[in-house]
Design a protein around this ligand. Structure first.
Ligand code: SF4
Length: 304
């Protein structure tokens, strides 16, 4: 087959922009509202902060350093990626001018806002839609859900429900020109493969454009680390995770872009699983297995 077996972010960008596009992580310097409620079980911001990003830098300096250290000579254009904490916890009136400033850079093709379902203010979707119309660029909102199952959301201390998520989806989709992505974790304690498949299939029916999926990682000094040390958490082997992906990928509709299939937490903070393979090698291995077994994304997207 000529088309790629997975609709990766780079494949999507080549199709949409005629070239691959980088992401520059940006930090607004605000704190996720869930931290005052204990934070998510697995979360430690330092584990997903790239070395080049300093929250104390003004945004134009963060972009300059991102271009220098992350884009280097690999990409000429980028998405401003507000991945740190919960960007939309900032008041809409304060956030929109900041995003407008980022979108003014001709090298910036759009913004990605990583956030929580309960942090989409009533006036935010319309304000973002107006900004995106004016700029002619793109906005993807990545909603962290992790699982549709109430027991898992409670265990992870997400402090929102699946219904909160559905409400945020409706409000975002109502304005028409915002793209929507969902972030899921595979391997949440007590979840079976059927539970994970149910989550995946449910979110794939919601008209989303992107998925960010990764395996559960235990990060040092998080509440999940304590549970892991007490023997309550099982993590995937790299072979086991690839086999799970091979079974799930065929169920994901071919038009959904997969921004991520595994985590890449800072090695100094990662307790488990400590696979020896780097992401490039994992990706090659997955592609090889998909070719050998003739599996492709979307192959069984309509099967129950
Ligand atoms: S919502 Fe995101 S940033 Fe906030 S505590 Fe949870 S994982 Fe961390």
């Amino acid at each position: 087959m000529n088309r790629p077996r997975i609709r990766t972010f780079s494949h999507h960008c080549r199709e949409r922009f005629g070239q691959t596009i980088g992401k520059i992580p940006l930090d607004l310097g605000i704190t996720c509202p869930n931290r005052s409620k204990g934070g998510c079980l697995y979360c430690r911001p330092a584990s997903f902060t790239p070395f080049s990003l300093r929250a104390t830098d003004p945004l134009d300096e963060q972009i300059r350093r991102g271009k220098k250290y992350l884009l280097r000579n690999r990409f000429t254009r980028y998405f401003g990626y507000f991945q740190q904490e919960t960007a939309t916890a900032m008041a809409t009136a304060q956030l929109i001018p900041i995003l407008a400033q980022v979108l003014e850079d001709p090298d910036c093709v759009g913004i990605i806002l990583s956030t929580r379902p309960d942090a989409i203010a009533a006036n935010l979707p319309a304000a973002l839609a107006h900004l995106i119309d004016k700029s002619g660029k793109e906005c993807l909102i990545e909603l962290g859900l992790q699982s549709i199952h109430p027991a898992s959301l409670q265990l992870l201390n997400r402090q929102h429900s699946f219904e909160d998520f559905l409400g945020a989806v409706r409000r975002i989709q109502a304005v028409g020109n915002l793209q929507l992505g969902v972030h899921l974790i595979l391997g949440i304690p007590e979840e079976s493969e059927t539970d994970m498949l149910q989550t995946m299939q449910t979110v794939c029916t919601l008209g989303i454009q992107a998925l960010k999926v990764h395996h559960l990682q235990v990060i040092r000094d998080t509440p999940l680390h304590t549970l892991y040390e007490q023997g309550h958490v099982t993590v995937f082997s790299h072979k086991g995770y690839l086999e799970l992906l091979l079974r799930l990928l065929a169920r994901i509709p071919a038009e959904i872009t997969l921004h991520r299939l595994w985590s890449t937490s800072h090695p100094d903070l990662l307790v488990a699983p400590r696979w020896q393979s780097l992401t490039g090698a994992l990706s090659k291995e997955l592609q090889r297995l998909m070719t050998e077994r003739d599996i492709w994304q979307g192959q069984q997207a309509n099967s129950k």
